[in-house]
Design a protein around this ligand. Sequence first.
Ligand code: FES
Ligand code: FES
Length: 155
Amino acid sequence: MTTVSLTLNGKPVSADVPDNTLLVNFIRETMSLTGTHVGCDTSQCGACVVHVDGESVKSCTMLAAAAEGANVTTIEGIANGDGLHPMQQAFHENHGLQCGFCTPGMVMSAIELVKNKPNPSEAEVREGLEGNICRCTGYHNIVKSVQAGAKMMGE
Ligand code: FES
Ligand code: FES
């Protein structure tokens, strides 16, 4: 067992977990925040993307112990009270989701993408979301959503 202490969505949390606990399991099972999804066992789908110290990370590729002391943000942590984050709003308005399974990871990856490229072209969005797989859509509306979200984040 190891004690993992970190800041999760702005709140300090601490728990004893087996040494080999993945960050995604720490978030979902230990902390009961189930918005972060597991969509594969090959680190390909991106449904588990969260921000660790402001960077997008596939949380199935990282041990919880490696996030000791870090600032971790999940999809539950980005809205402003009852108001959606602009990127969530953009996905909603532009039909960027169908079943919604991939959406949390898409949104988290998109927010980081826009931080680095405030006005991304379609090609840049497609390249930036390369590590996120959607099994429902043709990506067209997701790309549109990210570009709309980028505009809204800049306003
Ligand atoms: S669950 Fe992490 S990449 Fe698929
Ligand atoms: S909306 Fe269903 S997997 Fe992407």
